[in-house]
Ligand binder design. Sequence first.
Ligand code: ACO
Length: 431
Amino acid sequence: MTQEKAKLELRGNVYEIPVIEGTEKEVGLDISQLRRQSGAVTLDYGFVNTASCASSITYLDGEEGILRHRGYPIEELAEKLNFVEVAYLLVNGTIPTAEEKEEWSTLLNRHSLIHEDMRHFFYYYPEQAHPMAILSAMVVSLSTFYPELSQHRPDEPEEHINKAAARLISKLRTIAAFSYKKSVGQPFVYPRHDLSYCANFLNMMFSSPIHPYEMKPEIIKAMNTLLILHADHEQNCSTSTVRLVGSARVNLYASVASGICALWGPLHGGANQMVIEMLENILRDGGNISKTIDKAKSKDSEFRLYGFGHRVYKSYDPRAKIIKKACKEVLQATGTQDPLLDVAMELEEAALQDDYFVERGLYPNVDFYSGIIYQAIGIPKEMFTVMFALGRLPGWIAQWKEAREDDNFKIQRPRQIYVGPTLCHVDDSLR
Ligand code: ACO
């Protein structure tokens, strides 16, 4: 908090509002006492101007295209660390030492299996079940198998929380792979201790009793990069959901399950599936880019250019830059000729030259190129948002932990401006 005060004049009274400044000089007005002092509330549709918390996990400057976790630039993290190290950084606050990394990996390995009874759950979903629905149901079900964290206790030992964090990070990967195996009618492949996090996932996804999966280092690297780039993004829709649900003192598993549901939406994490469907439609339509751009601009249609635009970024999303480069590398390494990449690049170029997109600061976001990499790896499009959830999980956990430990902790409960009918009474003669 600074000594500075902003002033609000309302109906003849002046109210002083404390000014708060973040470590990167972001300025905020602390209106926590506003209603008590003045009787007024603020109205901010979509929370465009509202900070819901003070956080030390992720710094994002949308105008400059900067993204840092715990102070480290995303570009450095993607280049020098693997996903397991970034997960540790987010959850624990520091890059792990060699010893901490060893302990963290052992913990992840130890918790990679799911209870055998949970395995049976997969069999009873209909064939067309979306894997995001299965993922969220499985995650909330974990709370019934690991009840030591299913009831929130304010004095929960740190050790329990860290164990639950490792358990979730490790098991989500197993659940994701099992849901894929169920969808293709193949037997489940169990996790292996000798494989790294991403290699283990790919093996569980693509190995079968008759075909062992052939590991390619380029693919493992690309998957690490993708998961790192999705690992946290401050107070986005799903993370805010995790924090909001967690603020009712709900356990970690249930809070994360609600975040998975929020992520599923096509305006959020579900956009990666929509991007590929949009690119496929363009290709089917003979590569008609301008028709798609016109449709996205039209106010008569709900259609948007998926993978474009962002609430916070008004310049190029730094993650999209890294993904675009990784995309070309993966296609080269796998020898894939994907015409969708050409369509995507053409679409990007056309949109970036179009006044509509320029005036509104609409650039490709993290979802624009990620699907092309997933396709090259062999991951079906219904699983794209599941991949996003795998990546985002350490961020959700870190944010849930931070909120829980916050000295200013409060259950999250926004106000509203009531615009319905004023008092009226039941007219007995009309009944
Ligand atoms: N295509 C066409 N027009 C767009 C797009 C788009 N992708 N994105 C924004 N706009 C337009 C809006 O229609 C609006 O125009 P107007 O001022 O004439 O009314 C203007 O740009 C501002 O857009 P808002 O919807 O107000 O921006 P907001 O911050 O609320 O939405 C969002 C951000 C939801 C990401 C939006 O850009 C969008 O729908 N993008 C497509 C879906 C997508 O890719 N989502 C993934 C985002 S990244 C993530 O969550 C992981």
